[in-house]
Design a protein around this ligand. Structure first.
Ligand SMILES: Cc1ncc(COP(=O)(O)O)c(C=O)c1O
Length: 331
């Protein structure tokens, strides 16, 4: 039994279809209590502030967010007894707004983007004497992924080598924290960042306008550690949404837009590093299929995994598709 919902943070790593001769595994962050990867930094940022004596239960937290961090903070605030004000661009999905209210957060919507939301959150924190969580600057954000996302992945690959890690970039917390820890275990691993094609600020230095929720804030956050990133890829929203529908309809995996972009990119990376002559297993849950698979008995006799050699791409699917139903992604 878990003592608190905050102890229930964590997610499975699941094999998804991959090009022949490669394996793609996705961290399904929609399994977290608040439905996204952001539960991790939300918990870490609040607990770090408590340890530093900056906040205590009963205080008010203030944050600007495109949604998921707000929902993560709303879970933590409710579970630990904080008041919470969230500032969010009006354009974010209805589900996100309703979820925040359901957890009891106070919500202020602004016309404009994340920059506008950040400015308003600064003003509000000042006015009400609240603690500004500052996910775009807070080192506890990447630290949460270093400590939890990456540690879980290392355990979940069960001794296999990870050849590439692919993650979308918003605050940069996921890619910086997870890749930094994974590189300690797998120094030769390639790290690939994903951003919206229409707002490719990491690739081009120029911001643009895109309809992704959560990915591509339109500026490069200080938390993005470019030293751990080998390459940046862009994905058009239409391609990401096509991947999202395929994952839902053919795999039973319901995820959001940035997960679709991560999957499109993971597929490209897997194609580049695939070794088609290897007999890599496909997605399968059927014990009969497993028994029939072409297993290398010698490797098994040695106690090894016969698929150890299949190039492995690990990626992160940051949230569940349930919060995109009104956005028309599945229509
Ligand atoms: C749906 C979604 N995808 C991707 C990201 C990017 O994650 P990070 O902020 O850790 O870079 C976020 C961040 O809010 C998000 O909400």
């Amino acid at each position: 039994m878990k003592d608190s919902i905050l102890d229930a943070i964590g997610s499975p790593l699941v094999r998804v279809p991959a090009p022949e001769g490669a394996t793609i595994a996705a961290k399904l962050e929609g399994f977290n209590p608040g439905g996204s990867a952001k539960d991790r930094p939300a918990r870490e940022m609040v607990l770090a502030a408590e340890r530093e004596g900056l906040v205590q239960p009963g205080d008010r937290l203030v944050e600007a967010t495109s949604g998921n961090t707000g929902i993560g903070l709303a879970v933590v605030a409710a579970a630990r007894g904080y008041d919470l004000t969230i500032v969010m661009p009006q354009s974010m999905s209805e589900e996100r707004k309703q979820l925040l209210r359901a957890y009891g957060a106070d919500l202020e919507l602004v016309d404009g983007d994340m920059t506008t939301a950040n400015q308003r959150a600064d003003e509000l924190a000042e006015a009400v004497g609240g603690f500004r969580v500052s996910q775009f600057e807070n080192p506890a954000n990447p630290r949460a992924h270093y400590r939890t996302t990456a540690e879980e992945i290392i355990e979940q690959v069960e001794g296999r080598e990870i050849d590439a890690f692919v993650a979308g970039v918003g605050t940069g917390g996921t890619i910086t924290g997870t890749a930094t820890r994974l590189l300690e275990e797998f120094p030769d691993m390639e790290v690939v960042a994903v951003e919206p094609a229409a707002n490719a600020v990491l690739s081009t230095g120029e911001s643009g306008s895109d309809d992704y929720q959560g990915m591509g804030p339109g500026f490069v956050s200080d938390l993005v550690d470019r030293d751990v990133i080998d390459r940046v890829e862009t994905v058009a929203l239409a391609d990401a949404e096509a991947a999202v529908r395929e994952l839902a309809r053919e795999q039973g995996i319901l995820v959001g837009q940035s997960s679709g972009a991560a999957y499109v990119t993971a597929w490209r990376v897997a194609e580049r590093i695939a070794e088609p002559e290897l007999n890599c297993p496909e997605v399968s849950f059927d014990a009969e299929d497993l028994a029939d698979a072409d297993v290398d008995e010698d490797a098994l006799a040695d106690g090894g995994d016969p698929y150890d050699d299949c190039p492995l791409v690990v990626t992160v699917f940051p949230d569940s598709g349930e919060r995109y139903l009104s956005a028309g992604v599945f229509d």
